[in-house]
Design a binder for this molecule. Structure first.
Ligand SMILES: [Zn+2]
Length: 157
């Protein structure tokens, strides 16, 4: 290939649908994280759903894409101090006066992954994909020891 030819080649940027990081459902704003055959991945809202339901789910994903952005921000900030503040301060500020149910409780402030999972469940609930709104995570109670296995109780999902 000559230098001249290379300069004139048009490099096509991947389209929205071709971006392999995106959910396989057409137009979905979220990143695909669950394998869906081949090399494509589905987001947490589309995974396991029948293809004929995807367009309606995609609409909901766009409606609540701000919550997806919030979850991504919490994931980026969790476990660290960002600009001098703990990630949970960002989450408290984000939800205060909007929806106190989504403010991280004392346990979740210590366990960012628990809070992230609850917010992912919250997203699925807001998209109409689950019936029960997720409750704040609580510290498990180690109440029984059976053999060499500790039974946990008090875990809310
Ligand atoms: Zn999706």
């Amino acid at each position: 290939m000559s230098f001249v030819k290379r300069r004139t080649e048009v490099v096509k940027a991947p389209s929205f649908e071709q971006d392999p990081r995106k959910c396989a459902a057409t137009g979905c704003p979220f990143r695909g994280t669950a394998e869906w055959g081949g090399s494509r991945y589905m987001c947490l809202c589309h995974q396991g759903k029948e293809p004929d339901t995807w367009p309606a789910i995609t609409e909901k994903c766009h409606e609540f894409s701000w919550l997806g952005d919030f979850i991504a921000d919490v994931m980026k900030q969790s476990g660290t101090w960002t600009r001098g503040r703990h990630w949970s301060e960002f989450a408290v500020e984000f939800w205060s006066g909007i929806d106190d149910h989504c403010i991280p409780n004392d346990w979740e402030r210590l366990r960012a992954p628990d809070y992230v999972i609850r917010m992912m469940d919250e997203l699925r609930w807001r998209c109409g994909l689950t019936k029960l709104r997720p409750k704040p995570r609580e510290m498990p109670h180690y109440s029984k020891v059976k053999g060499n296995v500790v039974q946990l109780s008090g875990i809310t999902a």
